[in-house]
Write a protein that binds this ligand. Structure first.
Ligand SMILES: [Zn+2]
Length: 323
C-alpha cells in the first residue's frame, strides 16, 4: 500500500501539478456522466526507473505496480503470487529482457505478446524507430564463453531515460488515444528534467584530479561513458559474481597505482568486498545508488531517479576531487 501511494510523488513541476489537479477535478465531474472517462489503465513495470517513467507520464490515469520489491537489488527478483495475479490483469507490462531480471522475465514473457514491451527492443514512435544503444562490458563472470556481455544498466544515462519515456508515452497513448495530449504533456516536462540532468553530468566532471571511478559492481558504465570517466568495478556486471583472491590482489594494486581515495558500494548490495578492498589501500568507502529500486523512506521524502542521480553526482565529484 505504501508503495502505491508513495509512487504518486513524481518529479513534475508545480505547473504540471496544477494541471493534474484540474484534470483530476474534470475526471471527477465526468464520473457522473460517463464511467469510461475515469477508467484507469493497469500497468506493471519490472523495476523502479521504469515504474517512475510510467507513473510520471501516466499520472492518475494509470495504476502501476513495481515488480521489484522496495529497497531490493533488481537482478534477482522473484514474483509473488499476488504480483503474478496483478500481472495477469495489467493492460500493459514494461520490462527489460535479455535476462536482466530472469525471475520476473519468465513470468512476463508468459503473458500475451500484445501487452508486453521489452524496452531493450526497438519501438516505433511517430514513425521513427527508437532503441536504447547498449554497450559491452568486460565481464569477470566465471565460465562466460565470450567474456563480453551487454551492460543492462542503461537508465544511468539520462539520454536513455528520455528514449524510454518516449516509448512509454507512445504505448500508453496507443492504449488510451483520448488521453494522448495528457501523456505527451507530462512526458515532455519529465524529458526536460532528464535533459537538464544530462547537462549537469556533462559539466560536472571537466576539472577533476582523478577520472577513475571505483564501484562495487559494474553498473555505472553508461554513466561513466556520458561523464567521460573510467569505470573500475570490483565485481562483474552482476552483483553475485565474486572476485577471486588472485583478482583481488591485482585489483588492489591497480587501485593503489590509480591513486583511488574512495571506493563506492551500493546500498542494495550486501557485500563486504568494498570494505575489504578500501581497508587494504587506506581508501574511504562511500555509497552510490544505481537506482535499481527505491526505499519507502526515499519515496516518502519525495526522492526520485533525478534526485538520487544528483546525489550520486555530488558524491562522485567529491571522490574524484573535481572543481
Ligand atoms: Zn545492477
Amino acid at each position: 500500500m505504501g508503495r502505491k501511494s508513495s509512487l504518486g510523488k513524481t518529479p513534475i513541476g508545480k505547473a504540471s501539478i496544477g494541471s493534474l489537479i484540474a484534470v483530476s477535478a474534470a475526471a471527477l465531474l465526468g464520473a457522473c456522466s460517463s464511467s469510461a472517462q475515469t477508467s484507469v489503465i493497469s500497468v506493471s513495470a519490472s523495476f523502479y526507473p521504469i515504474a517512475e517513467i510510467v507513473r510520471t507520464v501516466g499520472g492518475n490515469e494509470i495504476d502501476v505496480q513495481d515488480l521489484t520489491p522496495i529497497g531490493h537489488d533488481a537482478h534477482d527478483t522473484e514474483l509473488t503470487a499476488k504480483q503474478l495475479q496483478r500481472l495477469e490483469k495489467s493492460s500493459i507490462i514494461f520490462y527489460f529482457g535479455d535476462d536482466f531480471q530472469p525471475g520476473s522475465q519468465k513470468a512476463i514473457e508468459s503473458q500475451s505478446s500484445q501487452k508486453i514491451v521489452d524496452l531493450f527492443e526497438p519501438s516505433t514512435v511517430n514513425g521513427k524507430e527508437l532503441v536504447v544503444p547498449r554497450i559491452s562490458i568486460d565481464s569477470t563472470c566465471q565460465g562466460c564463453e565470450s567474456g563480453k556481455e551487454l551492460d543492462p544498466h542503461v537508465w544511468l544515462n539520462p539520454s536513455h531515460m528520455i528514449t524510454l519515456t518516449q516509448i512509454v508515452q507512445e504505448r500508453l497513448s496507443q492504449l488510451a488515444p483520448q488521453k494522448r495530449d495528457f501523456f505527451v504533456s507530462r512526458a515532455t516536462t519529465y524529458m526536460n528534467q532528464l535533459s537538464e540532468l544530462g547537462e549537469l553530468i556533462d559539466s560536472s566532471f571537466q576539472r577533476c584530479e582523478s577520472t577513475i571511478l571505483a564501484t562495487e559492481h559494474n553498473s555505472f558504465g553508461y554513466f561513466t561513458s556520458r561523464a567521460k570517466l573510467s569505470p573500475l568495478p570490483l565485481a562483474g556486471y552482476s552483483p553475485d559474481q565474486s572476485v577471486s583472491g588472485k583478482e583481488l590482489t591485482s585489483l588492489t594494486a591497480l587501485l593503489k597505482k590509480s591513486n583511488v581515495s574512495t571506493v563506492f558500494d551500493e546500498p542494495s548490495l550486501a557485500s563486504d568486498l568494498v570494505k575489504q578492498v578500501a581497508n587494504s589501500i587506506g581508501a574511504q568507502v562511500d555509497s552510490l545508488n544505481a537506482v535499481e529500486s527505491i526505499t519507502d523512506e526515499q519515496l516518502s521524502a519525495g526522492e526520485s531517479y533525478i534526485s538520487i542521480m544528483k546525489d550520486n553526482i555530488q558524491k562522485m565529484k567529491k571522490a574524484l576531487r573535481c572543481s
